[in-house]
Design a protein around this ligand. Structure first.
Ligand code: SAH
Ligand code: SF4
Length: 418
């Protein structure tokens, strides 16, 4: 009988770093220096950046303003695209489109493009949700990426090439990207250096040229990362994935809470809002019977009362291997009413692309590989027991996830290895 050997891709930052750098990760200064080293004037850098970011050139060969030898040198020194290939999966009658991108070492990451037509008082929006890591070490149990465990950090060019790909697709439809959200795979604040490089390129008028207000970075609550952002001043909108205001429950829903408890996360977010004058967005994934009780709504109201904050309630997208599903809409409305009565601006977000698992924060399920039924049953039992204990107010004794300390990642959380 033939043996079926599954292909397991070992994500390898070392392998990726051995390849030529991606052109999208180059700054105007670094490219000017590259040309200067060849005795070429600095305006050449401008020609290359325009080709990479504006004209949608498919390779350096398309830069007809450059002499052929320079085009060849450029092609051998840089990767014009760090995405080896992409597969598109449309849904919502084309209004949502998931892209699976295979990178240089074979790992697959995902981005999601969402089209929102103009409505009363709002212009049309084309929002791209991008990934900052392959997988994620934080391990939130309702999140498909969390179930994957940690793969590797993405390079700035790999983050940015998701944007260049989508920009080309929307341009072909006579539109442009209006918003970028770091809500795909990964915890951006655990890959903060590269995320900041990417944001700089997105902001830079010589490169993507998107205003800071149109960029949102979402974090599960990496306190030192938030402090670092506060010191830098306003760069983008900061979104914090809150999910629960009580530690016992947040310990289960966002395992990072065992390291940085909710009061500390909200305190640094409050400092960030105070220092930057920018409102914090708090995201709450609404999970039926788990974090949607009146007690939870009241705890959240007490925690955020008087803050420069906005709460977004998001019905949980179905994710395989969890015992949970979205709260009923009536329960979400009731939760919202409690927050609003405390003076907290609250909206309810309706998720997109559910049928293809393309909602932001619901990426990579298809690549997780199917765990055995026994592992799934064990996981479900454990989550039911943990959330029940949390609702009784008992704190988890499990340690914080490993590999979340330095930004270099680390091994996957225990459950992904079960
Ligand atoms: N790691 C970062 C950013 C990526 S996740 C963070 O956690 O903030 C982006 C958002 O998607 C987070 O608010 C996350 O909680 C949410 N999310 C993850 N899985 C989800 C699901 N199954 N249903 C609804 N929202 C989900
Ligand atoms: Fe990571 Fe965010 Fe998913 Fe949590 S919700 S596992 S932090 S990607």
């Amino acid at each position: 009988m033939p043996t079926v050997v599954p292909t397991i891709i070992q994500p390898s930052l070392a392998a990726i770093l051995a390849l030529p750098p991606g052109i999208s990760g180059e700054t105007p200064e670094s490219l000017a220096a590259w040309f200067a080293a060849r005795g070429e004037p600095s305006f050449r850098a401008r020609q290359v950046l325009d080709a990479a970011w504006r004209t949608g050139a498919a390779s350096p060969d398309d830069i007809t303003t450059l002499p052929a030898p320079l085009r060849a040198a450029l092609a051998s020194s840089f990767r014009w695209d760090t995405v080896a290939d992409s597969e598109l999966q449309p849904s919502d009658r084309g209004a949502t489109e998931k892209a699976l991108h295979r990178l240089g070492d074979g790992v697959v990451i995902e981005s999601v493009l969402m089209h929102f037509p103009a409505s009363a008082g709002h212009r049309e929006r084309n929002t791209l949700c991008i990934s900052s890591q392959a997988g994620c070490a934080v391990g939130c149990p309702f999140c498909a990426t969390g179930e994957l465990g940690f793969g590797r950090d993405l390079l700035a060019a790999e983050i940015l090439d998701q944007v260049r790909h989508a920009a080309r697709r929307v341009a072909a439809r006579g539109r442009r990207l209006t918003n970028i959200v770091f809500m795909g795979m990964g915890e951006p604040l655990l890959n903060l250096d590269r995320v900041l490089e990417a944001v700089e390129a997105l902001n830079d008028p010589k490169r993507f040229g998107l205003g800071a207000r149109h960029i949102t970075v979402s974090t599960s609550g990496v306190v030192p990362g938030i402090r670092r952002l506060t010191a830098l001043g306003p760069q983008f909108t900061l979104a914090v994935s809150l999910h629960a205001a009580r530690d016992p429950l947040r310990d289960v829903l966002v395992p990072l809470n065992r390291r940085w408890p909710v009061a500390e996360v909200v305190a640094v977010a409050r400092e960030h809002a105070g220092a930057t004058g920018r409102r914090i967005t708090y995201e709450v994934t609404m999970i039926g019977g788990v974090n949607d009780t009146d007690t939870d709504a009241n705890a959240m109201a007490d925690l955020l009362r008087g803050d420069l904050a906005h709460v977004n309630l998001i019905p949980m997208n179905p994710v395989a291997h969890t015992p949970w599903s979205a709260s009923p809409m009536a329960v979400i409305e009731r939760f919202a009413a409690i927050l609003r009565a405390a003076g907290i601006e609250t909206t309810i977000r309706h998720n997109r692309g559910q049928e293809i698992g393309a909602a932001c924060g619901q990426l990579a399920a298809d690549h997780a590989g199917a765990p055995t039924p026994a592992v799934v049953a064990h996981r479900r039992e454990r989550l039911v027991a943990q959330s029940a204990a949390a609702l009784r107010g008992e704190r988890s004794r499990e340690p914080a996830p490993v590999g979340v300390g330095g930004g270099t990642g680390g091994p996957a959380p225990a459950e992904a290895r079960e």
